[in-house]
Design a protein around this ligand. Structure first.
Ligand code: C5J
Length: 222
């Protein structure tokens, strides 16, 4: 299959490609979570939910592998470096009790993926203590076991966990494409810059394309 992408067309096979949705969890998407405690306007991120939902449905219909990630820490915070917890001047720190439970702690209501994109049976869910999806997780091994070589990325936030994960994927040999309207930042300029950085220098990190280009490729192949 081929997606019309930037800086040039992206070729992939369904059986060796996974859709990776990064951190579409309430902590970042809804008021009262980690994103808001850092002073961000979380409503900006809601704009991508319809496109991400369409892509997820189409990918499921095509029987493609889906990976969801959550930025989360264990209840005792033993996997949360002190530097990470102390960083910034948030109203609530990681592990503190907030309106959606303890901030960025696994199993808490705020740590759940939003209902619109909730994982279903057979999909991989990765709890990651870092910004990147590969750091201190079993993701690479799980993808290798399944023969995955190509990754389609969406999620939040573009310049933090999404970009970090794409760079980690790049160093591990994956060909990655970022779905432009399925990723968002609290800072529109950072999103734009990240899309440029990813596809610069002949796809130095990967490709970008609107989700309609993926949907068209899936439709043509059906
Ligand atoms: C952040 C993330 N922004 N998922 N996490 O701290 O991008």
């Amino acid at each position: 299959m081929r997606i019309e992408a930037a800086p040039f067309a992206y070729d992939f096979e369904l059986k060796s490609t996974a859709l990776v949705l990064i951190d579409m969890q309430r902590d970042f998407m809804e008021p009262g979570g980690f994103g808001e405690t850092l002073g961000n306007d979380v409503s900006l991120l809601q704009a991508i939910v319809p496109a991400a939902k369409r892509v997820l449905q189409a990918w499921r219909n095509a029987s493609g592998l889906v990976v969801h990630t959550r930025e989360s820490h264990t209840a005792d915070l033993s996997d949360c470096p002190t530097a990470k917890r102390n960083r910034g001047n948030p109203a609530l720190r990681i592990g503190d009790e907030g309106p959606m439970g303890r901030i960025l702690v696994a199993g808490e209501p705020g740590n759940q993926i939003i209902d619109a994109l909730a994982p279903i049976d057979g999909e991989i869910v990765i709890d990651k203590p870092g910004k990147g999806a590969f750091y201190a997780t079993g993701l690479h091994a799980l993808l290798q076991q399944r023969g995955i070589t190509h990754l389609l990325f969406g999620g939040v936030t573009t310049e933090v966990c999404v970009q970090t994960s794409m760079r980690e994927a790049n160093d591990r040999g994956y060909d990655s494409l970022l779905l432009e309207d399925c990723t968002e930042s609290y800072f529109p300029a950072f999103k734009a810059a990240t899309l440029d950085m990813v596809r610069a220098q002949g796809a130095i990190v990967g490709w970008t394309a609107p989700s309609t280009a993926l949907l068209l490729a899936l439709n043509n192949a059906a």
